[in-house]
Design a protein around this ligand. Sequence first.
Ligand code: C2O
Ligand code: CU
Length: 467
Amino acid sequence: MDPSSPIRRRGLLVGAAGAAAGGAVSRWAGRAGPVTAGPGTILRAQTGPVGIGARTVATWSYGGELPGPQLRAVAGGRAHVRLVNDLPAGTTVHWHGIRLENAMDGAPHVTQHPVPPGSSFDYDFAVPDPGTYFFHSHVGTQLDRGLYGTLVVEDPTEPLAYDAEILVVLDDWLDGVTGTPDDALAHLDHAGGDRLLSSPILGGHAGDVAHPYHLVNGRTPDAPVTLAARPGQRVRLRIVNAAADTAYRVALGGHRLRVTHSDGFPVEPVTGDALLIGMGERYDALVTVGDGAFPLVALAEGKNARGFAVLRTAAGAAPPPTVSVPQLNGRLITVADLRATDAVHLPPGPPDRTVTLSLGERPPGYVWTLNGRAHPDVSRTEVHAGQRVRLVLVNDSSMFHPMHLHGHTFQIRPAAGRGARKDTLIIRPLERFTVDLVADNPGEWMVHCHNLFHGERGMMSVLGYAS
Ligand code: C2O
Ligand code: CU
């Protein structure tokens, strides 16, 4: 079936009222289903125990759920969410990937002051583009606790045909197990990253922190979540990497994946056995599910560990979490395979402004830099509204960086052909990417590495509009 054909989805209707018809939307096991992000939607940032499968941890979460709520909105409509801060620290919510108005972006000290303990803040914004997004705290190391959830923006004229959808949220976990994320950062300041972690796919060093668990939808592999579908259904997987320090290689045992979207935006479909997803990236993939119980594995790239869930369409024994999944070593889909569809292609043209960002490090300390400077000592890149801006991202460091730009979706410009539209892009050591964007969303926007510890230790900057 041609995924671009105008056949409407069967069995899945999530309207403005937020009602999921036919039970086709898979829920977090035993937890709440999708919620329309409308007036009355409350996101309560709180402390307290959260079950992650193998154990219960003391952490910070939205409403005691992990992942946080599955929010839905409709493209062309608005999202309205009240953040209530019951944490002992200030917090914000960043709506990762959404081209929203600057004041709602949740960037601390850039677009708003952190919301103090005991206070609330109303996030209320238009959502222009359909796709798979997520949201998370943008203060300090809070993302590496449980302060994240998903935001799916429905397309009222969805061109993709599918029967059901399943959200797959990946996360590396340490909070309440080996200490707090702040402890991990203090250790990095002291001792540097874990040099044993290495991956050829990531061009060398694979991460700085060996998180003790990798979670799929908030569960450890030994007590995995079961994702339900029916045999023969065409399922849209919406995969989100909410991890702090881990890229994942994702595969579904016995199946191939047909990637249709990257960071919310459509690509010419590409079929493979596994896909690589960096921190902050999202991929949508179609899969026609067989009859049985199948392992969904997120290999923690270069870390010799995995996240695990079971996709079940029939009765029978579940595969064990250690099951071998040959697809992990089959044809791997990466960003290099992806091309924007005509609908979202930015016509090529000469840039009005070109900005080079060199990604670096400053040994011997744990310091990461952009153009040689470490946040909060950053140079602000200034653009004018209406300009076509070209960013040249050059990795001069020893590690991969998933670079993220707020408020915009750029397009990768390979030497030949066209690349994908993205807001988060893995750049490996010695790699260089040229990406273009249209400066159509005035404000002050963060540009940073989505490795949480790199961002916290300098790799964070601002792209701002001249007033
Ligand atoms: Cu998801 Cu500034 O980040
Ligand atoms: Cu980085």
